[in-house]
Design a protein around this ligand. Sequence first.
Ligand code: SAM
Length: 202
Amino acid sequence: MDKRRFYDWLSRYYGIVGLFDDCYKRKALEFFDLKRGMRFLDVGCGAGFVLRQVKRRYQSVLVFGVDSSCKMAACARKDVLGGVSCGDCFCLPFRDGSFDVLFCSFVFDIFDFSEQKKVLSEFSRVLVPGGRLIFVNNVRGTGVFFWLSGFYVILARIFPKVLLNKPIDASFVVEMSGFAIKKRKVAGFTEILVCEKIWMSI
Ligand SMILES: C[S@@+](CC[C@H](N)C(=O)[O-])C[C@H]1O[C@@H](n2cnc3c(N)ncnc32)[C@H](O)[C@@H]1O
């Protein structure tokens, strides 16, 4: 089963699966202030948890989502009304400089290093200069989490078609792609990164 079909299938159960990490996405949303009229894009929006949160908290923010699984996008679209499209983060269906904030949770850690560079260049393209990029990614963590995530890495090697997200260290590729890291918080297996676009990556 390819990734897209897997996520199409998972869309039926994503309300339950998402419960495990919704708290990190909620926390990430507390890390920055969304102002009136800002344009917010959630890339790999899944079933739309973050889009709903943003819509509830900031009625005046323009909320958009995109996901390569059309079934996930359809779930998100139910509550977010329009603004959610089916599309790939390697080739986002938006014009240059369309967004002030780009949010991306548990998607970037699916990709390998060369894919991450391409994705970041696309994120940079659709963000305005000075725009914010918020990541929520899996990381190795410290202490007991370091060892447990090592166990997860082994499981992910055994079940690569199901355990797609891997612990990553995104800082290096993010900084070499024209973003400055403004805040970083690690909790357990999860990292929240708040970045600012400082130059256009190519
Ligand atoms: C683990 S889920 C995370 C969903 C959501 N961001 C969340 O935190 O609940 C990964 C999501 O990324 C989407 N995805 C995977 N590859 C993608 C790509 N190349 N472009 C856009 N979305 C992608 C999947 O369809 C899936 O909905």
